[in-house]
Design a binder for this molecule. Sequence first.
Ligand code: HPA
Ligand code: ZN
Length: 339
Amino acid sequence: MHMDAFIDRLPKAELHCHIEGTLEPEMMFEMAARNGVPLAYQSVQAVRDAYQFERLQDFLDIYYQGMAALRVERDFYDLARAYLEKAEAQRIRHLELFFDPQAHVSRGVPFAAVVGGLSAALQSAQRDFDISARLIMCFLRHLDQRDAFNTLEMAKPHREQIAGVGLDSSERGHPPEKFTEVFAQARAQGYRCVAHAGEEGPPEYVWGALDALQAERIDHGNAALADERLLARLAEQAVPLTLCPLSNVKLRVIDDLADHPLKQMLDLGLHVTVNSDDPAYFGGHLNDNYRAIAAALDLGPVVLAQLARNSVSASFADAPRRRALLAEIDAYMSARATH
Ligand code: HPA
Ligand code: ZN
């Protein structure tokens, strides 16, 4: 079987995808028109042409602009439903979606419209595609902890719809320790905890995510490669890392995919996974990330299946679902071996 077809049909989970980062320019224009929201660009092509980034902040500036088109519950439903249809086509069997409530509430969009639209779409995908999915609410780290506490408070009536909390936005200058108390409070309320760390920030931020925030997974974590003690800790505790290869190239975290740390991390025994981050902005969906990293680092089907297994075992799906999906991957690999 050719590699493309192998990847396309491989059952897998995605654990690091920002729903606002799946907003394609076509849908951005459609929603802006129906909501009467002015956009800074004249055409879909002009939007795509603007997606040239030197660093994380360049992307974030455009990402926060783009989401201005999202105004009402239906927009959040349509956005998530469109991504879930793409997930189905890529054989994503379980999906965890980040969302940024502060970026919407600050524009006057009710918290309930965001969560209502997203969770209705997730339910529709469970029903129509047998895709299990979870929502993870991220705190914006460029804002202060007070704002994160307000967000946690707003989430109270929606506790059952949200599996976890995360931390995203501008990393440098905003260490995890800034959010120690709000993560402790979230954990006490039963939320799972993850955090972006070591994308642009130093290894110290990965330590902070583990020790101060008690993050169960690290989103990105590239910088860990520069710290041997940290690598040992990540390996020993089998802390999952949600790597995003095409994102790293687009945001200049690395110059070339051939320099990506994924293979070294795998060889060190780390629990690494492949993810798309913000697919509408970074030029590739999840299977494009699998294809690109396989080609750049010369990974074969056995390693790719291991990455898929890692994605399932690191997920917040319940234990029976994780077992069932691991069995799907095993069945896929044995069927392949006997052909
Ligand atoms: N890093 C930090 N914040 C983000 C990202 C990212 O890659 N995508 C959306 N918000
Ligand atoms: Zn991210």
